[in-house]
Design a binder for this molecule. Structure first.
Ligand SMILES: O=C(O)C(=O)C[C@H](O)[C@H](O)COP(=O)(O)O
Length: 206
């Protein structure tokens, strides 16, 4: 896997995972894998994130572990050093973009406007995270921009559910969708990894 475009083809759903406890990292990754999901976007929103990425990279190599919420240049290198195989950003600044390129890892930069998408395409980035998908106009918005920007492909994320996912996945410009519903806070707090596996099994069939 070497490009952002490859990332869009790994799974119909990219689980967006927020972990407060690095001890949950390996069981969560194994539960997702058991449910048929081979990729994780682990967000750098918590202090446990980098340790979680490290553990998954070391102990569950079958799953492709990436870092999400890359919002500062230093996050890119920290994530790469922890073993992340790809990076995802919710939006983009030049410095975050440069830092992401420096890692050599494939990455999905976030965009929610036509101008942002065009700027990223100018830098050779044609596989984008469309964030926040629902709040930015959802399926109708993506359909509208597919006309003038036919070369771009997206991973819409933000506000998508297992019920609305098929509408996005039906679009030719959508490679996969992102969502946090596979690993809800409650299931993680209760260490209910069976529930996570069941959500993954449902999502992997989308
Ligand atoms: O943290 C980031 O980098 C983000 O871009 C935000 C997440 O992707 C969304 O919060 C997931 O959206 P939900 O599925 O609606 O929870």
């Amino acid at each position: 896997m070497t490009t952002g475009a490859d990332l869009l083809g790994l799974s119909p759903v990219m689980p967006v995972v927020v972990l407060d406890d690095a001890a949950d990292a390996v069981p969560t990754a194994r539960a997702l894998l058991a449910g048929g999901i081979g990729v994780i976007e682990l967000t750098l929103r918590t202090p446990a994130a980098l340790a979680s990425i490290e553990r998954i990279a070391a102990e569950v190599p079958e799953i492709v572990i990436g870092a999400g919420t890359v919002t500062a240049p230093e996050h890119a290198k920290q994530a790469a050093d922890a073993g992340a195989k790809f990076l995802v950003t919710p939006g983009c600044t030049d410095s975050v973009l440069d830092a992401a390129f420096d890692t050599g890892l494939p990455f999905l930069p976030g965009a929610s406007t036509v101008s942002e998408a065009m700027r990223l395409a100018e830098r050779g980035l044609t596989a984008l995270k469309f964030f926040p998908a629902e709040a930015s106009g959802g399926v109708a918005y993506l359909k509208s921009i597919g006309g003038p920007l036919p070369g771009l492909r997206f991973c819409p994320t933000g506000g998508i559910t297992v019920k609305t996912a098929p509408d996005y996945l039906a679009l030719s410009t959508v490679g996969c969708i992102g969502g946090s519903w596979l690993t809800p806070k409650g299931a993680l707090a209760a260490k209910d990894f069976g529930k996570i596996e069941a959500f993954a099994a449902e999502a992997s069939k989308l």
